[in-house]
Design a protein around this ligand. Structure first.
Ligand code: SAM
Ligand code: SF4
Length: 345
């Protein structure tokens, strides 16, 4: 990726209408983590013992989430996704969703699905269209093993509820070798007569998730399994401009599927994403080891716009600076990050 002609100069602080980095990537998509807490314990996302919980005062209040979002929107943000932890475990999730729905942005949410029935009317009244739900297995026991809890039936019934209410449902499935790779074609078959988009995600390294690529299933392996079953009926679909996924369909199937290959083939060239953690820190990349504390600055009455611009300006070209597969696989580098539950996936 080439640097822009303003190489290594600091961000143009007076340009307050766009958030750009040194590679000319415009950042107009903000992912906000509402909480580090979760009602599941997915083994690829957080350590078995959970993560250290901190006092509520260290996290953004509903008003602060909305105030922070307004600042990002004034800088050109067009899409906001709420994530976590599990965003819907926050008691004030409805207040936040309602507040953000007043902004001129596409609002989306990633959830494990457990509390969807409680919030479905809010999703409707706030105009949410597409909901991402995590589901790593269609088998109850396996699902309960990986999530270390017993919510399979609830999640399935809430996925059905979303479909019945015409939401566009995207299913996120993290692929782990010897665990759920035998279900790749089952998941494709599952979407045969459903308006569902299944996304197979390569297993990524985060603090405390005991990552080791021998447990991962690559884009290539996933495609090989699907092509050997469906052959020429696999259809390549057009990918969106900033899409992190390669999209496909099967001839005459109602649903579609995609593969997110952050490990074997990162999609950094067109990245437009930035992340705000629940404690108000901006992360310019999912894999960056550095963060900027916007919440403390905002509470002190400082202007956080220059901090946002500076943070994104300093974004590395690829995966927080881990350019090669070797760097990415090196635990001394990839474990400098938080666990996924504390970043906001
Ligand atoms: N609780 C919500 C959920 O599960 O969808 C939102 C937060 S979760 C951290 C967001 C996404 O990150 C989920 O789809 C999850 O599968 C994915 N994820 C978590 N840890 C991951 C890992 N190590 N590798 C790849 N994806 C991961
Ligand atoms: Fe919770 Fe989502 Fe992480 Fe699973 S993937 S532990 S549901 S935050």
């Amino acid at each position: 990726m080439n640097k822009s002609s303003t190489d290594n100069q600091s961000p143009i602080i007076d340009n307050r209408s766009q958030i750009k980095d040194q590679f000319n990537r415009v950042h107009d998509y903000l992912r906000i983590s509402l909480t580090e807490r979760c009602n599941l314990r997915c083994s690829y996302c957080m350590p078995a013992e959970g993560i250290q919980l901190r006092p509520r005062s260290e996290f953004m209040t509903a008003e602060e989430v909305i105030k922070m979002s307004k600042i990002f929107v004034s800088l050109g943000v067009k899409k906001i996704r709420l994530t976590g932890g599990e965003p819907l475990v926050r008691k004030d999730a409805e207040e936040i969703i309602t507040g953000l729905s007043q902004l001129p942005v596409e609002l989306a949410i990633s959830t494990n699905g457990i509390l969807v029935d409680k919030y479905i009317d809010t999703f409707k009244s706030c105009g949410l269209k597409s909901i991402n739900v995590s589901l790593d297995s269609l088998k109850k026991e396996k699902f309960n093993t990986i999530t270390r809890r017993d919510y399979f039936d609830k999640v399935m019934s809430n996925i059905n509820l979303l479909m019945k209410n015409n939401f566009h449902v995207k299913i996120n499935a993290v692929m782990i070798k010897g665990f759920n790779d035998d279900e790749i074609c089952d998941l494709v078959e599952w979407m045969r007569d459903k308006n569902i988009h299944v996304r197979f995600i390569e297993f990524m390294p985060f603090d405390g998730n005991k990552w080791d690529w021998s447990k991962g299933i690559s884009f290539k392996e996933i495609m090989t399994k699907i092509e050997s079953r469906y052959g020429e009926n696999v259809v390549k679909l057009e990918d969106g401009k900033n899409d992190t996924a390669k999209n496909y369909s099967i001839k005459n199937y109602k649903g579609t599927f995609a593969i997110i290959s952050s490990v074997t083939n990162p999609f950094c060239d067109t990245c437009n994403r930035m992340r705000l953690t629940a404690d108000g820190k901006i992360k310019n990349c999912l894999f960056s080891g550095t963060e900027t504390d916007l919440l403390s600055a905002m509470r002190n009455g400082e202007d956080i716009v220059p901090m946002i611009l500076e943070s994104i300006w300093n974004k590395k070209a690829v995966r927080g600076g881990m350019e090669s597969f070797e760097d990415f696989s090196d635990s001394s580098q990839n474990q400098k990050n938080r666990s996924m539950v504390a970043i906001g996936g």
